[in-house]
Ligand binder design. Structure first.
Ligand code: GDG
Length: 755
C-alpha cells in the first residue's frame, strides 16, 4: 500500500515533467498563433471587400455615367441609399475627377474627403478607425465609353470581420485546449505504462533477472543499465568474496568429515571405464601411467579423500601382473589410499562396447561437432553385456545392501537400472561427463528408450550445467511415460524417483602437487624455451588436449594462422605449443583427425616458418603431469576452443597453475566452463576472425588487466573445486538416504501398528 503510494507519487512527478513543458508549449503556440490568425483573416476579408467593391463599382458605373452626363447627380442619392442597404456596406461617396465629394450617403464618415479616401484605399491595410468602429475604405474608378468619369468611395463595415475573427479565435482556443487535453491524456497513459514497465524491468534487474541469469534478457531499453549493473555487481561480488574468503573451504578434510557425518560408515564404490592408474610393460620393467582424462582428474581426489573401491577396465599391458587374486590393487602406488578393482574385457567386448557404441555412437550423438554417430546392433549388444559385467562386479564388491555407487559417464548408461534391480536400496549417483543433446538430436538413437530407462535407475543423475539437465528432462518427456516435477527437478518412472541436478565439475584445489613444489614461472619458461628451441622472449600460446575432434584443435590452428596473416609482426615472436595426447586411435575417425591436425600444423609451419623459427610445435604424445603443468606455467596465453564440451578441465588447470596471476585464458563459449569463467576471453571457435582477434587482444593485454581477470578466475576455481563438486553430490545423496531411512522406519512402525 505504502509502496503503491510512493509509486503513484513518482508517476505523478514523472508526468509533471512531461506535462508542464507541454502546457507551456501550447500556451506559447496560442499566444503566437492568435495575432497571426487575426492578420490573416483581415487580409482575406480586405481582399474580398476589394473584389466586391470593384464589382459594385462596375455595376453602378452606367447609372453614375448617365447621371453625370445629364448633371443629375442628386438622382444618384436614391440609388446609393438602396445600395447601402446591404448590411456590410456602410456608406458610398462619389468623387469628381478633381477630387470633390459630389455625393455621399448617410453614415459616410465625416472628414473622409476624396483625397484621404484614395490614399487610405491605396494602403496595404485600408482600414480606418471611426467612431462606430473600424471601416474598410475602397476607392474605385467609374468609367463609361469616354473613359474614367468619376471615382466611387465604398466604405464597408468591419465589425462583422471582427466578430468572425472573435469566433475564429474562440474556436482556435477551444481546439488548442482540446488538443492539449488529448495529448496530456495520452502522455499520462503512456508515461504511466512506461514508468510501470520501466520500474518492473529495473526491479527485475535488481532482483538479478537478466543480470545473474543471462538467459533471461532484460528489455532492450534497460540493456545499458543492465550492463552497468552487471559490471558493478561483479566488482562488488569479487570484492565481497575477496574479503570473506571461500564460503566453506572445500578440501579433502572437509570432504572426509562430510562423508563421516552424512554417509557415516556407508560404502562408496566408483564405476568408470577409465582406470586411474595404468600399468604398462616398457622393455624389461613395468611403468605406471596416469591417463589423460578429465574424469580421472576429477574422481581421483574424491576417492583419495573417502577411500572405497573403484571398479574400472584394466586396459594396461601390465595390469594383470599387478593385481591380486581378486583383481584388486591398492592405489595410488606406494600410498594405498583406496582399492582399484580391474575388469578384463576381451578385444571384441572392448571394440563393441567402448570404441563402437560408446565412442562411435553416444559420443558424437551428445556432442554437436558435426560427426555422424554410427549405431551397430552388435556394438549395442556388447555395450549391454559389458554393462551387465560391471553390474556383477559391483554386486561382488559391496558388503552392504545399500551402498553409495557412483557411476561415471556415458559408457554405463544401462548400469544404474541393472544395479537397482539387484540392490533396490542402493544410492546410485550417475554423473554424465559429456553434454546432453536436445530431444531431436537424441531421437536418432535406435535404443533411446533403453538408455533413458537405464539412466533412470539412478537416485541422482548429475550433469555439468542446468542446460544439459533441461535437455535430459525434455528428452525423457518426449520418449517415456514418466512424471516430471519441474519445480524440484525430479523424474518419477516406475516407482523410482530420480533427482536431475547440475554439479559443475572441477579440479583439485589446493593442488596435490602444490604450486610451491613446482619450478618458478621463469624456470618453466626457460625449460620450455630451451626444450623447444624457441628464441628468448618469444611469446608462448599453449593448447593441451586429448586429440579429439570435439576440442577444436584445427579451428585453433586456423585462428593462429589468421593472426600471423593479419599481424605479421608476430612472425618470429610467437609460438603455438599444442600438447595433443593421442586418443581412441583405433577408430578411423580419430586417425583421420590426427592426420588433419598434423597436416595443418605442417602447412602453417611451411607458410609462416623462417630460418630458426617454427610457429607451431605439435607435441603428439602423452605427457607427464609435471610436463603439462610446466606448459601452463610457461604460457602467455592458454587456448581452449572446444566445439562442444561438457565442462573442460584444461582451462581450470591453467588458472590453478598461475599463482603469478598472469597469463590470459581464451575459452570457447561451447564449453560448460564458460558459464563459470566469465573473466576469460570468451570466443566462438567456429569464427576464425573472432578467435584471431581474441588472440591478439590476449597477447597485448596490459599486465594489470591480466591480473584482474586471473585473480577473479582463480577465486572461482578455488571456491568451486572438485571437492565441492563431489561434496554437493554426496550431501544430496546423504539427504535422500536419510529421507529413505525415515520413510522406511515410518512404514515399519505403521506395519507393526497394523499387526
Ligand atoms: C570429459 C568431458 C569434462 C590432456 N593431455 C594430457 C593430459 N591431459 C589431461 C588434461 C585434463 C584432461 O586430460 C582433459 O580434460 P577435459 O576436461 O578436456 O576432459 P575429457 O577427457 O574430454 O573429459 C569434459 C571431463 O570429462 C570431466 O568431467 O570436463 O567436458 O569431455 O585434465 O590435463 N594429462 C596428462 N598428459 C597429457 O598429455 N597427464
Amino acid at each position: 500500500m505504502f509502496r503503491a503510494n510512493i509509486d503513484g507519487m513518482n508517476t505523478f512527478r514523472l508526468q509533471l515533467r512531461f506535462l508542464v513543458p507541454l502546457v507551456l508549449t501550447l500556451v506559447a503556440a496560442a499566444y503566437l498563433a492568435l495575432p497571426l490568425m487575426d492578420q490573416l483573416t483581415l487580409r482575406w476579408f480586405s481582399r474580398d471587400l476589394d473584389l466586391r467593391g470593384s464589382l459594385l463599382a462596375s455595376g453602378l458605373s452606367d447609372s453614375i455615367g448617365e447621371a453625370l452626363a445629364e448633371h443629375r447627380v442628386t438622382h444618384l442619392q436614391a440609388l446609393f441609399d438602396r445600395t447601402v442597404q446591404d448590411e456590410r456596406l456602410l456608406a458610398i461617396g462619389l468623387c469628381s475627377l478633381d477630387g470633390q465629394l459630389l455625393e455621399r450617403t448617410k453614415g459616410y464618415p465625416r472628414g473622409l474627403d476624396c483625397e484621404s479616401a484614395q490614399s487610405t484605399a491605396a494602403r496595404a491595410d485600408p482600414v480606418l478607425q471611426i467612431e462606430g468602429g473600424a471601416v474598410h475604405v475602397g476607392f474605385f474608378a467609374v468609367s463609361d465609353e469616354s473613359g474614367r468619369v468619376a471615382d466611387l468611395v465604398l466604405v464597408h463595415d468591419m465589425s462583422f470581420i471582427q466578430r468572425r475573427s472573435q469566433d475564429t479565435r474562440e474556436y482556435l482556443i477551444i481546439l488548442i485546449a482540446a488538443l492539449g487535453a488529448a495529448i496530456a491524456m495520452i502522455t499520462v497513459v503512456v508515461a504511466q505504462l512506461s514508468w510501470r514497465g520501466w520500474v518492473a524491468g529495473a526491479r527485475a534487474l535488481l532482483r538479478g533477472e537478466g543480470l545473474i541469469r543471462p538467459l533471461l534478457q532484460p528489455a532492450p531499453e534497460l540493456a545499458p543499465l543492465a550492463a552497468e549493473l552487471r559490471s558493478h555487481l561483479r566488482e562488488l561480488h569479487d570484492e565481497y568474496r575477496r574479503i570473506r574468503g571461500p564460503e566453506v573451504e572445500w578440501n579433502p578434510d572437509h570432504l572426509r568429515s562430510l562423508l563421516r557425518t552424512q554417509l557415516r560408515g556407508d560404502e562408496i564404490v566408483v564405476v568408470s571405464n577409465r582406470e586411474p592408474y595404468i600399468h604398462e610393460s616398457s622393455s624389461d620393467r613395468v611403468v605406471v601411467r596416469r591417463p589423460a582424462s578429465g574424469l580421472v582428474t576429477a574422481i581421483e581426489p574424491v576417492m583419495r579423500a573417502c577411500s572405497g573401491t573403484w571398479i574400472a577396465h584394466g586396459s594396461g599391458s601390465a595390469d594383470r601382473q599387478t593385481v591380486d587374486a581378486n583383481d584388486h590393487l591398492r592405489v595410488p602406488p606406494g600410498r594405498g589410499e583406496y582399492t582399484l578393482r580391474r575388469i578384463w574385457l576381451s578385444a571384441e567386448e572392448e571394440q563393441g562396447y567402448y570404441f563402437g557404441f560408446a565412442n562411435e555412437g553416444i559420443w558424437p550423438l551428445c556432442h554437436v561437432a558435426h560427426v555422424r554417430p554410427v549405431f551397430r546392433e552388435t556394438d549395442w549388444l556388447a555395450y549391454r553385456e559389458v554393462n551387465r559385467r560391471f553390474a556383477d562386479a559391483v554386486i561382488d564388491e559391496v558388503r552392504s545392501d545399500d551402498p553409495v555407487v557412483m557411476v561415471q559417464d556415458y559408457h554405463f548408461a544401462l548400469l544404474p537400472l541393472m544395479i537397482r534391480e539387484r540392490l533396490p536400496h542402493a544410492t546410485i549417483l550417475t554423473f554424465w561427463h559429456i553434454p546432453w543433446p536436445n530431444p531431436e538430436s537424441f531421437g536418432i538413437c535406435p535404443w533411446r528408450r533403453e538408455i533413458l530407462q537405464g539412466m533412470l535407475g539412478s537416485t541422482i543423475l548429475g550433469f555439468h550445467t542446468p542446460f544439459h539437465c533441461k535437455n535430459f528432462i525434455e528428452t525423457v518427456d518426449r520418449n517415456l511415460q514418466a512424471r516430471i516435477e519441474h519445480e524440484d527437478s525430479t523424474i518419477s518412472f516406475r516407482d523410482q524417483q530420480t533427482l536431475v541436478e547440475s554439479y559443475p565439475i572441477s579440479i583439485q584445489w589446493p593442488d596435490a602437487n602444490g604450486a610451491a613444489a613446482q619450478p618458478s614461472i621463469e624456470q618453466c619458461r626457460r625449460n620450455v624455451t630451451e626444450r623447444l628451441g624457441l628464441s628468448a622472449g618469444q611469446k608462448i600460446a599453449v593448447g593441451v588436449d586429448r586429440l579429439d575432434y570435439t576440442k577444436g584443435v584445427l579451428e585453433r590452428m586456423q585462428a593462429f594462422g589468421r593472426l600471423l596473416e593479419q599481424h605479421p609482426e608476430w612472425i618470429g615472436r610467437l609460438a603455438l605449443v599444442q600438447a595433443a595426447a593421442p586418443s581412441r586411435g583405433v577408430l578411423q575417425e580419430y586417425r583421420s583427425f590426427q592426420d588433419q591436425v598434423r597436416n595443418m600444423a605442417a602447412q602453417l609451419n611451411e607458410q609462416f616458418g623462417r630460418e630458426g623459427y617454427r610457429p607451431i610445435h605439435l607435441l603428439m604424445e602423452h605427457h607427464e603431469r609435471e610436463a603439462v603443468a610446466e606448459l601452463y606455467r610457461a604460457a602467455d596465453v592458454c587456448l581452449v576452443t572446444s566445439l562442444h564440451d561438457g565442462m573442460n578441465l584444461v582451462c581450470k588447470e591453467f588458472v590453478a597453475a598461475r599463482d603469478d596471476e598472469r597469463g590470459v585464458l581464451i575459452l570457447s563459449r561451447f564449453a560448460g566452463a564458460a558459464r563459470e569463467m566469465a573473466e576469460a576471453l570468451i570466443v566462438n571457435p567456429y569464427h576464425v576472425e573472432e578467435c584471431a582477434a581474441a588472440l591478439q587482444r590476449a597477447l597485448t593485454m596490459p599486465e594489470a588487466e591480466q591480473r584482474e581477470r586471473m585473480v577473479s578466475l582463480r577465486m572461482t576455481v578455488q571456491e568451486f573445486n572438485v571437492y565441492r563438486w563431489a561434496g554437493r553430490m554426496l550431501t544430496d545423496a546423504g539427504r535422500l538416504r536419510l529421507r529413505r531411512r525415515i520413510e522406511a522406519r515410518v512404514e515399519r512402525h505403521h506395519a507393526d501398528g497394523v499387526l
